[in-house]
Design a protein around this ligand. Structure first.
Ligand code: GDP
Length: 302
């Protein structure tokens, strides 16, 4: 239901157009596929992914000898799920350690919804009975530390911080020490979101990761890149940059409720080979859903 509601805009845009297309054509021909291609590109599915999808569809239509455009609709759903799942084996679930603390690092540019996502996940873990701690690793942006504290208060979890402008690696060091002594299960770490200088970004993330790894071998257990679905192809460009700067283990795609172009999920998965682990479907605490390709595609047409 959450998926369905969160995808209202994309559904109205995408499936509305597909329904209209299917109703207008009497047989499945080249023109039909060309129009479908345009609809998919318009939904931000991404050029490469659209080409792959159209090829697959053409083959399937030929194989099953489908003549009626109405029958193509089901095949589109099938192929969308196939494309998502065929891109890799990784699960959308997080790599949570049975013996804590599990360390999750959040990366992404300012404004994408990083702090909100940390708050939502902290809430989710707390509901599961886990002991959660936050680390205010964005010491660069004015107000970032306060903003994280607001979320900490709202959810009822502690925040480890230092003064603005301090070394993020030192904050992480403190946070890990605190996590160990307080028997924390999950430590959620914010980081600075500047992207203007890739070398600096890379250096800062490397230093932060080195400190974490030194204190807890094998950590960070997840590096989640937060992307804003409403920025469309820009999100894809950001993802490529971050992927070059650090090992990203998963993506959180926020504001899927705010775009009519939810096809970006498929582009990200297929073109970057990084699993989408969560999607943000609203501003409230429980508006974060573990991503599920079938539910997503169902939500597009339901
Ligand atoms: P940060 O700078 O990356 O930490 O971004 P914030 O967490 O401050 O979020 C920026 C804005 O996006 C805020 O107004 C959030 O309420 C909003 N936001 C975050 N996630 C979502 C989402 O999934 N859906 C919607 N509609 N808004 C979101």
């Amino acid at each position: 239901e959450k998926f369905k509601d969160g995808l209202t805009k994309t559904r109205d845009n995408f499936s509305g157009k597909v329904n209209d297309l299917v109703a207008r054509y009497r047989k499945v021909d080249e023109d039909f596929f060309e129009e479908l291609e345009e609809i998919l590109i318009g939904a931000d599915v991404g050029f490469e992914t659209v080409m792959e999808l159209i090829d697959e569809l053409k083959m399937e239509v030929k194989r099953r000898n489908i003549q009626d455009p109405r029958e193509v609709q089901a095949v589109i759903s099938e192929k969308l799920v196939d494309i998502y799942e065929g891109a890799g084996e990784e699960k959308s679930s997080l790599n949570i350690q049975s013996e804590g603390p599990t360390v999750i690092l959040f990366v992404g540019v300012n404004g994408v919804g990083k702090t909100t996502t940390i708050g939502k996940l902290a809430h989710k873990f707390k509901e599961e009975g886990k002991n959660v701690l936050l680390a205010a690793g964005d010491t660069f942006r004015a107000g970032a530390i306060d903003q994280l504290e607001v979320w900490g208060d709202r959810v009822g979890v502690g925040v480890i911080k230092q003064a603005e402008g301090s070394d993020p690696a030192a904050v992480m060091y403190d946070a890990i020490r605190a996590a160990k002594s307080r028997n924390v299960d999950v430590l959620l770490c914010d980081t600075a979101g500047r992207l203007q200088n890739k070398v600096n970004l890379m250096k800062e993330l490397e230093k932060v990761k080195r400190v974490i790894e030194r204190e807890i071998p094998g950590a960070p257990h997840e590096v989640l890149l937060v992307l804003d679905a409403t920025t469309g192809q820009n999100a894809l460009i950001q993802a490529k940059t971050f992927k070059e700067a650090t090992n990203v283990s998963g993506i959180v795609l926020t504001k899927l409720d705010g775009t009519a172009k939810g096809g970006i999920v498929l582009a990200i998965r297929n073109e970057l080979n990084i699993p989408v682990k969560f999607v943000g479907l609203g501003e409230k605490l429980d508006d974060l859903q573990e991503f599920d390709a079938e539910k997503y595609v169902y939500g597009l047409f339901a």
